[in-house]
Design a protein around this ligand. Structure first.
Ligand code: PGA
Length: 300
């Protein structure tokens, strides 16, 4: 049924684009409310678990971590290590498997020039990096990165064939006063605003729901809370792109994920994996999260 729906949607999309080249907004043929209940295509999305080391690790510990991680069979879970820039070449040197992706935690969306302290995507690509985190709440709040810059970064990363992990999340006051969905909607729509038709490959964009109140606090969103938001994100993607497109985009959860709560979160059909901070600093814990994600996604 959903294949037929996708086919019809594609035909409509094609016709509209032929009639009006560059037609940007395609309404999905299904009601938004249906999307929540028809996420039975999740099995086609490859789960992804990303480590966000933030400003942690030194070269010896980074090297040892990656050597150990590569002993784990990770073929069912795409794995990413987002390390501080200076450690990326160190990791790259001991990386034996191309499918272990390396990610940067920041970059500047210009090709080259007078941008003291910054790195371009060409520089990152040159060092073997394929992934970038964009819109992390620490970049937004500690370093003042605003929605417009983040939108430029996202479009720039996609145009340069990087796999961006675009983060959104509400703070505690927003969660408490009931504005969670409004805040997330704004962050998402502004973030995606520079992405124009023809839209890039949906498998090459990753979103992460990271409630600020859950980051580094030890208080994770419950599986139900996270699933509700991730399903909401997929609905918004469906509106911006199409139902078929939204079904292919991976949406992660991040915020105090650890080896104890990973399984219940991964069991939710819309949650495609995790962005892990603290619990990604110890390789055994990180490996356990990967294994549990793989096991859950096989079952769901
Ligand atoms: P945490 O961080 O897992 O330590 O909460 C997650 C993140 O900031 O990406």
């Amino acid at each position: 049924m959903s294949d037929l729906r996708n086919l019809i949607e594609q035909l409509v999309l094609q016709t509209l684009q032929e009639l009006r080249p560059g037609f940007p907004e395609i309404r999905p043929l299904v009601e938004v409310s249906q999307v929540k209940n028809t996420s039975n295509n999740y099995g086609k999305r490859v789960p992804l678990v990303a480590a966000n080391w933030k400003m942690n690790q030194l070269s010896a510990s980074a090297r040892a971590f990656v050597l150990e991680l590569q002993k784990l069979d990770r073929k069912n879970v795409q794995t990413v290590i987002c390390a501080p820039h200076i450690l990326l070449p160190v990791i790259s040197a001991v990386r034996k498997e191309a499918d272990l992706l390396l990610g940067a935690q920041n970059f500047y969306p210009e090709t080259a020039g007078a941008f003291t302290g910054e790195h371009s995507l060409d520089m990152l690509a040159d060092a073997g990096i394929q992934t970038v985190i964009i819109g992390h709440s620490e970049r937004r709040n500690l370093f003042g990165e605003q929605d417009q810059l983040l939108a430029r970064k996202l479009a720039h990363a996609m145009a340069h064939d990087f796999l961006p992990i675009f983060c959104i999340g509400e703070n505690l006051a927003e969660r408490k006063d009931g504005s969670t969905f409004r805040v997330l909607h704004n962050q998402l729509i502004t973030g995606l605003s520079e992405i124009k038709a023809p839209f890039p490959d949906p498998e090459k964009i990753v979103l992460a729901y990271e409630p600020i109140w859950a980051i580094g606090t030890g208080v994770n969103a419950t599986a139900e809370q996270a699933e509700e938001v991730v399903a909401f994100v997929r609905e918004r993607l469906s509106e911006k792109f199409s139902y078929a497109y939204a079904e292919k985009v991976r949406v992660l959860y991040g915020g105090s994920v650890n080896e104890k709560n990973a399984a219940s979160l991964a069991a939710k059909p819309n949650i495609d994996g995790f962005l892990v901070g603290n619990a990604s600093l110890k390789v055994s814990t990180f490996m356990s999260i990967i294994e549990q994600t793989a096991a859950c996604k096989r079952r769901v």
